[in-house]
Design a protein around this ligand. Structure first.
Ligand code: SAM
Length: 182
């Protein structure tokens, strides 16, 4: 009985601490992200995007707000591209860094992507928040070279016309992924 209670409270305590760490990391990043939480895109959705957007070895794939970096790792594995991720949520950044150890083609920066030029990208991937999409559109329009492909999960880029809209899989993964070409 005592052992059971001890195990229960230990697990509950660990879960509580994890929740607190998550909440704290969101709280410190929210002034930059303007509401975009650290929520990962499902593997089904990332794969659906990568199967649609073929890349050549050595091309540059950038995830602006890379979360745990899963899209970068999958793109590198599938196409042998170079990957760059920007992340301002400390928990997501640490996770992305740890999980990407050993992937020498991937670089992850603890940095606001608005502060860097994205002009070398061949493919941009994002899953941000509606409040910033207008600003993101403006930045991408002014920096990206013709032919660069952009994938935006869930939210449209104002001022762009999608080349295609993916709706991958069943109802769990069915939110749109908008694909644009500069
Ligand atoms: C919804 S998550 C998506 C994560 C990842 N792209 C994925 O699809 O799994 C959005 C992430 O973008 C990050 N983010 C939002 N605005 C950012 C900015 N200006 N610079 C860097 N990271 C940003 C957030 O911290 C959050 O972790």
């Amino acid at each position: 009985m005592i052992t059971g209670l001890w195990i229960f409270f230990s697990i509950a305590g660990c879960l509580f601490i994890l929740k607190m760490v998550y909440a704290l990391s969101v709280a410190v990043s929210i002034p930059v992200t303007a509401g975009a939480l650290y929520v990962s895109t499902s593997h089904v959705r990332v794969m659906s995007f990568l199967n649609e957007v073929k890349m050549a070895p050595g091309q540059l794939f950038i995830d602006i707000g890379c979360g745990d970096g899963r899209a970068l790792r999958k793109a590198c594995r599938l196409y042998n591209v170079r990957g760059i991720g920007y992340e301002v949520n400390p928990l997501a950044f640490l996770k992305a860094k740890c999980l990407s150890l050993g992937h020498k083609n991937i670089r992850i920066f603890f940095k606001n992507f608005f502060k860097d030029k994205l002009s070398d990208a061949d493919v941009i991937f994002c899953y941000l928040f509606p409040d910033v999409m207008k600003q993101v559109s403006k930045k991408l329009k002014s920096e990206l070279k013709p032919g660069t492909v952009i994938g935006s999960c869930n939210f449209e880029l104002p001022g762009f016309v999608p080349e295609k809209v993916l709706r991958p899989g069943n109802s769990l993964h069915n939110d749109p992924i908008y694909i644009y070409r500069m």
